[in-house]
Design a protein. Structure first.
Lengths: 636, 84
């Protein structure tokens, strides 16, 4: 909702009070004192305009095109309303739009022809060139008007789109109008700052921008429990909305934003096309649950995600381990007996891919034993411990962490406790919200359904397609995700569950060599309870060698057609754990698996606890150009 | 089809008309001075400017409103308005 009547206090300089924005309109002006008015096209009045038109009272002033009405008068209040005296855009039918577009094209063609002529005679026909320029400008204006005629724009509701002004009210009014008329709203190039917008599709509608780097909605919201663009019903989250479509926009977080950037529960038939989401580490970029027949085409999510390490490495402490050795040393005291079982990720330099080691034995504060040898030397390498783990008992909503690493700022985060819930008799992750933090005791919104000890945890994934409800009619069904690119996130990139989900092209790529600074992740991708099928071409899901795919729960028939350039570490690259009968991960082809590693480490890339089957065809491994794998490997 | 209605407005915003897609003109006539403001949106929420600001009218005026535009009126003392 936005007030179309603006009350503006003027100053001694020119102040913009009304702008036509390419439309014909009538500006109704009421000056509560003596003011001066002037009109200029797209800019303040020229410096040589010594005085404008005098007004002390009311007047109506028609504007169109690029005209802007300016006023000055120190301390005087002016009320302004822009009345749309032309037929509303919503009533323009497609034929009218075609006429407008054809007109724009005709003028553009004429301008191009005139410009060519002018070029040929440039020396002697400056006036023709000038005329051509004028026509070209006119063509651009007509084309812009034609585009705006395709749907309302936020500026018509008072939005500024400068990235500074709070456009929340104007954007909400724009969306409300688009929804109430079930039409397409156009989002012109600009940066529209908003705290939170109710985007729920009461009726079908569409939003279309100029591009994901041009039409940007800036979310400025420090409330972790909030959502920037909330497509979920505002009062009854289980009300499934009408189909909607969002195309060619970007959604960015402003500094300090903790809200999830895009949230949709119970979507039905929605489409996302060419959308970029970019957030700070520490919160979720996209969260969708219980979606039916949702198509996502070319969505990229940058940043976002959260991870909490079990233990921090003191500044300046580095690690060394020689090739073929299992003894790791630190440059300062950092290890303790509690570290056995923890992981440590090291980076050789700024370009090599980090590698993760698992600590299997404690010697002294500067020496530990790791689980597997490498072919690479690490000398004074920086490192990060892996993610914190926790334990729960059946019927309790208290999660006991292995270390005191959370604060009250973590209240409101989404968390997945691996294998702490049940789907029938099959373990699955427990999704919950953190509601309290007291030392290592963390209160969750949900109770454990089975005992877990040192279970792995996922905090606020970058993209969250997870769910807590497993009834047939509630879960996500038929999610088609063509071109999902998750990059430079922290912690887990993707949590995935549902029926019949297809990912023709997906990339989950953590921070690569910068993972040390971004904190290591145990789990890059958590896929669970995938009834039906969950298939796709997963490219470089774990190529950064930080974190892994964890497939768990009932069925878990995860199908990965192609994986490439994975490297091994003490934690398996793909792990099946606590799976139901018949669960299988089918990797069509893996290229480069275990490159640079020994055979044992290579075999350790794929791991199950005996509850699932991993199948793969391997090419390009050291010493083996081709190998057919059909492995069931016990827990390392 | 146009409909004439009467309102008594005072020191708060009262919605007196909403626009239509065809941009039909709304005729307003007051028994005394009153103020007008316009809002835009699917929901009918009063203007965010104080009552007795906005556009001052004495007598009568015509305004073209389009869909999702709402017209609000206020006055210093209770004032009868005729709106069509």
């Amino acid at each position: 909702m936005a007030s179309a009547t603006k009350r503006i206090i003027l100053s001694s300089g020119w102040v913009k009070i009304a702008e036509a924005k390419g439309r014909e309109a009538m500006a109704m002006i009421d000056a509560y004192g003596a003011v001066q008015l002037a009109v200029a096209d797209g800019e303040p009045p020229r410096g040589d305009v010594a005085s404008g038109h005098s007004l002390n009272g009311s007047m109506m002033w028609p504007v169109k095109g690029a005209e802007i009405i300016w006023a000055r008068g120190a301390g005087v209040a002016v009320s302004v309303t822009l009345l749309k005296v032309v037929p509303e855009f919503a009533t323009l039918d497609s034929a009218a739009l075609k006429v407008a577009t054809a007109s724009a094209q005709a003028v553009a063609t004429a301008a191009a022809g005139a410009a060519a002529t002018a070029d040929a005679k440039a020396v002697t026909a400056d006036n023709k060139a000038t005329a051509a320029d004028a026509k070209a400008t006119e063509a651009q204006t007509v084309a812009a008007n034609a585009r705006r005629a395709a749907g309302p724009i936020p500026q018509e509701f008072g939005a500024v789109g400068d990235g500074v002004t709070d456009d929340t009210a104007a954007m909400q009014a724009w969306k409300d109008y688009v929804v109430s008329n079930s039409i397409t709203g156009m989002l012109p190039t600009g940066r529209y700052r908003a705290t939170a917008l109710d985007m729920y599709p009461y009726q079908s509608y569409a939003i279309r921008g100029d591009g994901d780097r041009q039409s940007i909605i800036l979310i400025d919201n420090p409330d972790r429990a909030a959502a920037g663009l909330k497509f979920t019903h505002p009062s009854n989250p289980s009300t499934r909305g009408r189909p909607y479509q969002v195309s060619d926009i970007g959604v960015d977080a402003m500094a300090g934003t903790k809200a999830c950037l895009i949230e949709d529960r119970y979507a039905g038939g929605s489409k996302w096309n060419r959308v970029r989401v970019e957030g700070y580490h520490g919160s979720t970029g996209v969260r969708m649950e219980k979606c039916w027949n949702v198509d996502i085409n070319e969505m990229s999510v940058w940043g976002c995600g959260h991870n909490v390490v079990a233990k921090t490495v003191p500044e300046g402490v580095t690690f060394s381990i020689a090739a073929s050795s299992t003894t790791m040393t630190a440059s300062g005291p950092v290890f303790s007996a509690d570290d056995v079982g923890r992981t440590l990720t090291l980076a050789i330099n700024s370009t090599a891919t980090p590698q993760t080691f698992q600590i299997v034995g404690y010697t002294d504060p500067q020496t530990v034993t790791v689980g597997a040898v490498r072919k690479l030397n690490f000398t004074n390498a920086p490192g990060s411990f892996g993610g914190v783990r926790g334990s729960m008992t059946t019927g309790s909503n208290v999660l006991t962490l292995e270390a005191d690493v959370l604060t009250s700022d973590d209240i409101g985060r989404k968390i997945y406790v691996v294998s702490a819930a049940l789907n029938g008799s099959i373990p699955r992750p427990l999704p919950a919200i953190i509601s309290g933090v007291s030392g290592t005791s963390i209160t969750l919104s949900a109770q454990a359904q089975r005992d877990v000890a040192l279970a792995e945890l996922v905090f606020d994934p970058a993209v969250d397609f997870g769910d807590a409800d497993f009834s047939v009619n509630e879960r996500t069904n038929d999610l088609y995700c063509s071109g999902l690119h998750i990059e430079r996130h922290r912690g887990c990139g993707l949590v995935l569950t549902g029926y019949n989900m297809s990912f023709p092209s997906i990339k989950v790529h953590a921070s690569g060599h910068t993972a040390i600074n971004h904190l290591a992740s145990n789990i890059q991708m958590l896929a669970y309870d995938a009834y039906g099928h969950m298939d796709g071409v997963f490219s470089q899901v774990v190529s950064s060698n930080v974190g892994r795919i964890l497939a768990t729960g009932q069925d878990a028939p995860l199908s990965l057609s192609w994986m490439e350039t994975m490297l091994t570490h003490d934690m398996p690259t793909i792990r099946m754990q606590d799976c139901g009968d018949g669960a299988a991960v089918d990797i069509g082809t893996i290229k480069g698996l275990g490159n640079g590693q020994n055979q044992n480490a290579m075999d350790g890339c794929l791991s199950t606890d005996g509850s699932g089957l991993i199948m793969a065809r391997l090419i390009g491994a050291p010493g083996q150009s081709y190998r057919r794998m059909n492995v069931v490997i016990p827990t390392p | 089809m146009a409909t004439t209605q009467n309102f008594t407005v005072g020191n708060s915003w009262t919605r007196i008309a909403s626009g239509r897609a065809d941009g039909q003109v709304v005729k307003i006539e007051g028994a005394g001075p009153f103020n007008l403001a316009v809002t835009v949106g699917a929901k009918s929420i009063p203007p965010d400017i104080p009552p007795q600001t906005g556009h001052r009218v004495t007598g009568k005026t015509d305004l073209p409103l389009v869909a999702a535009q709402h017209l609000w009126a206020s006055a210093a003392t209770p004032t009868n308005l005729t709106v069509t």
